[in-house]
Design a protein around this ligand. Structure first.
Ligand code: NAD
Ligand code: ZN
Length: 364
């Protein structure tokens, strides 16, 4: 087992990464649960598969264990689900000293964290991520949020968990497409922060997909969490450097919006977005064409797309990028690679160059 610490002074917390950790989970987080009531929040897909085992494990240390199940899927990421979780918690008798446990993917983590941040003006929470995306991205860093009809993640809070328990054994049942989407975030982190992780993913792609081998998966996941934890520790509320984690996302969010959030998964859109951003970096002279191609080859090795889908015009993508909330003061903020392992934030890229980069990666 590996342990990564997110250093946030009195709010610092551990991330445990291992295979089969669920069996010994009481030993890892027992001190946070002892004498307290716990509410495990999970989605309808995972209720039968994982909930009974987790309930049994947590019952060994908590005073009482309750459950709250919401319908699986992004459509549940709304304020009415937060209300439903809080009402369920009141009915179960949870007080300010209780603990919420998120057992699921990024949707579950975001909603449980948000509910915990507002329930009785703030209680505790622990993350047990089950999707790869949640393991390497959403469970680390304390961002929580829900969608509004007007856009994604528009309401939320920064709220850090007490601990994160990553059991890579959960990945055995994760659909392949979801697995690839998690790798998109892992590759993103490698491109912007760590050439060694990038080279590791290149060398071990065969051991990580389609069936994630425990040793290599633990290595890749803990390295990614260490890197993200470092960025979060330096800039918790995204006032500056944390924005580099949005690499591929400004283009990616726009592609998701233009395709109506149905055809392309988030991780796939991010992969395409990274491919476009790398081409833009080539035309600005930051990286060589070979470096951009090396990145695309790794994305393809993890079964991710690297071309803008048909029917998604460069003009429409650029227009949707203007509506992204990650922009500051009306200026388009772009994260561009400077080499494998380093990226910078740029706000003054000419419009025509952006359009050309999107066109270059568009399906012919
Ligand atoms: N808070 C953050 O910093 C942050 C960062 C990135 C993404 N997010 C959010 O995360 C969400 C996406 O996360 P996600 O992709 O995990 O979505 P998700 O939670 O909807 O999970 C995807 C699907 O996989 C299923 N699933 C999860 N684990 C499984 C397993 N082990 N076996 C079988 N099925 C499993 C789920 O039931 C669901 O149907 C988005 O809402 C996004 O906005 C948040
Ligand atoms: Zn993402």
């Amino acid at each position: 087992m590996n342990e990564v610490i997110v250093e946030l002074e009195e709010r610092s917390y551990p991330i445990f990464v291992g295979n089969g950790l669920l069996k010994t989970i009481d030993g890892l987080i027992g001190e946070h649960l002892a004498g307290r009531s716990v509410c495990i929040v999970t989605d309808s897909n995972l209720k039968e598969r994982f909930l009974p085992d987790v309930e049994r494990s947590l019952s060994r240390c908590a005073r009482a264990v309750h459950r709250c199940v919401f319908p699986a899927g992004e459509a549940s990421k709304r304020l009415s689900t937060i209300e439903a979780i809080c009402r369920e918690a009141v009915r179960a008798g949870l007080d300010r000293n209780s603990v919420f446990v998120a057992l699921g993917g990024g949707v579950c983590g975001d909603m449980t964290g948000f509910a915990a941040s507002v329930y009785m003006r703030g209680t505790r929470f622990i993350q047990i991520p089950t999707s790869l995306l949640a393991m390497v991205d959403s469970s680390v860093g304390g961002k929580t949020g829900v969608d509004l009809p007007e856009g994604k993640n528009l309401v939320g809070a920064f709220f850090q968990p007490e601990a994160v328990v990553i059991d890579t054994a959960f990945l055995e049942t994760l659909p392949k497409r979801e697995l690839s989407c998690g790798y998109a975030e892992l590759i993103k982190t490698a491109v912007i922060l760590d050439e060694t992780l990038f080279a590791f993913l290149e060398a071990d792609a065969g051991a990580l997909l389609p069936h994630p081998a425990p040793a290599q998966t633990i290595e890749a996941v803990s390295r990614c969490c260490t890197l993200k934890a470092g960025v979060v520790a330096a800039d918790e509320k995204e006032s500056s450097q944390r924005a580099i984690l949005n690499y591929g996302h400004t283009f990616g969010h726009a592609i998701e919006a233009v395709t109506g959030y149905t055809k392309v998964e988030h991780g796939e859109a991010v992969a395409i977005g990274m491919s476009v951003a790398a081409r833009l970096a080539v035309s600005l002279g930051f990286i060589s064409r070979e470096t951009a191609e090396r990145q695309d080859a790794l994305l393809r090795a993890f079964a991710l797309p690297v071309t803008v889908p048909e029917g998604c015009s460069a003009e429409a993508v650029l227009q949707a990028m203007g509506a992204d909330k990650k922009n500051s003061n009306g200026k388009l903020k772009l994260i561009l690679p400077e080499r494998i392992g380093k990226a910078g934030i740029h706000t003054d890229v000419p419009r025509e160059m952006i359009l050309n980069a999107i066109r270059e990666r568009s399906a012919q």
